[in-house]
Design a protein around this ligand. Structure first.
Ligand SMILES: Nc1ncnc2c1ncn2[C@@H]1O[C@H](COP(=O)(O)OP(=O)(O)OP(=O)(O)O)[C@@H](O)[C@H]1O
Ligand code: SF4
Ligand SMILES: [Mg+2]
Length: 378
């Protein structure tokens, strides 16, 4: 049997350089009405073996960002600029053919809908063995043994029997486990999980998230977990990046973000997390208003039409990233949460009857409850 992919801790010297360095990454789509600025100047680094949560509402650019980094299915109307250095190698500008040697082996993706990556006409086992044979060049027999091991590692019961079934004969949770097995098959160093659980019920969601977390730890993988739910990433990530309208508006080590969030949009996401311990407050407050038009975004801060702290300056001057007190914490806002200036701004807006101040006036969920809600194992 071919050796199962090992943790780099056991097999190689781990470099101290970040695995991923993203600088001023932009992906704009050319459409009839203009340019959709889906990802608009994103920069971050990600260290080896760490997990980054990327959070934001629908349409904030999470999937386009993940796909732009991996150079997966970047559509013909897309223009990507900036830099993505993976293990020191520049990826922006690489063709699909050049990326083939990195996909699966270096970086892999688990999608929201398992049927995106599974072929409904091919039995589960064959989908895994073909992948293994193509990338690792193992024999048919070795591929079968490896595939069964993989199915076991993602806790599929009776893997020998499941080997011969079609995807539609499995439950949604089991199909997602197969997708995770397929993504892990060639031992990638970096795994993207793009909303891997939104199509599943809550109990199965927790099982799949726990499974991803365990695999990440066991394999010392670097992971990017994409979600619209801040609760999902609360207890499962080292860092969290909050995206709004194609930008990262706040990024921080997870514990600092919950202890000292500075961006009003992060605060709004935090308030919209369901609080399971108090049934009267299952949804504390929805975020007022709608995400902006990415072709003609509002001038100044893109969150200004929805922000309870908005002032005139916000409507004319786009805030730039600035460091917060804790190392690794940065945010882009003129009136950050928790300052006397933002309190005065909120009070003035409340007096003036700005609708978004009413949505923001709810009670804040305690961080411990949030971690409990996320069902995290650590
Ligand atoms: N090929 C395309 N052409 C034009 N616009 C596009 C294209 N692909 C994505 N977009 C737009 O880019 C923006 C960001 O989309 P993206 O799919 O990244 O959002 P998301 O944050 O992943 O949302 P969700 O939570 O719903 O998955 C959206 O406004 C979307 O309509
Ligand atoms: S306070 Fe101003 S700069 Fe900060 S998020 Fe609100 S609108 Fe944007
Ligand atoms: Mg998406």
């Amino acid at each position: 049997m071919a050796a199962a992919p090992q943790s780099p801790r056991l097999t190689e010297q781990v470099s101290e350089d970040p695995l991923l360095v993203v600088e001023d990454l932009r992906t704009h789509f050319k459409v009839e009405a203009g340019m959709v600025k889906a990802v608009d100047g994103v920069s971050f680094t990600l260290d080896r073996g760490k997990t980054l949560g990327i959070v934001g509402e629908s349409g904030s650019g999470k999937t386009v960002l993940a796909r732009s980094i991996m150079r997966l299915n970047v559509s013909p109307n897309a223009i990507t600029t900036g830099s993505v250095r993976y293990n020191g190698e520049e990826l922006v500008g690489k063709s699909a053919k050049q990326m083939q040697k990195l996909w699966g082996v270096e970086m892999a993706m688990v999608f929201q809908d398992p049927m995106t990556s599974l072929n409904p006409l091919v039995k589960v086992g064959r989908q895994l063995t073909e992948h293994l044979r193509y990338h690792l060049g193992v024999s048919k027999k070795e591929a079968r043994l490896n595939a069964i091991e993989l199915l076991k590692s993602v806790r599929i019961p009776e893997p020998e029997n499941r080997f011969g079934v079609y995807p539609h004969e499995m439950s949604g949770g089991m199909r997602q486990r197969v997708c995770i097995a397929s993504a892990l098959a060639c031992g990638p160093k970096m795994l993207f999980a793009d909303e891997p659980t939104t199509a599943l019920d809550v109990t199965v969601q927790h099982q799949i998230l726990n499974l991803l977390q365990k695999q990440q730890e066991d394999r010392f993988m670097t992971m990017i977990l994409v979600t619209h739910d801040l609760g999902v990433v609360a207890g499962r990530t080292d860092d969290i990046a909050v995206m709004y309208a194609g930008r990262m508006v706040e990024k921080a080590p997870t514990k600092h973000l919950f202890a000292d969030m500075r961006h009003p949009y992060t605060e709004a996401l935090f308030r919209s997390i369901p609080k399971t311990s108090n049934p009267k407050h299952t949804r504390l407050s929805a975020i007022a208003g709608r995400p902006p038009d990415l072709i003609n975004p509002p001038p100044g801060c893109k969150f200004s039409p929805r922000c309870p702290y908005v002032q005139d300056r916000c409507r004319s001057e786009e805030p730039q990233p600035q460091p917060a007190a804790a190392p690794g914490h940065s945010f882009s806002c003129h009136f950050p949460v928790g300052t006397p200036e933002s309190r005065a701004a909120f009070d003035a807006n409340f007096e003036a009857g700005l609708p978004q101040t009413l949505a923001a006036a709810g009670e804040i969920v305690a961080t411990e409850e949030l971690v409990e809600t996320s069902g995290a194992v650590n």
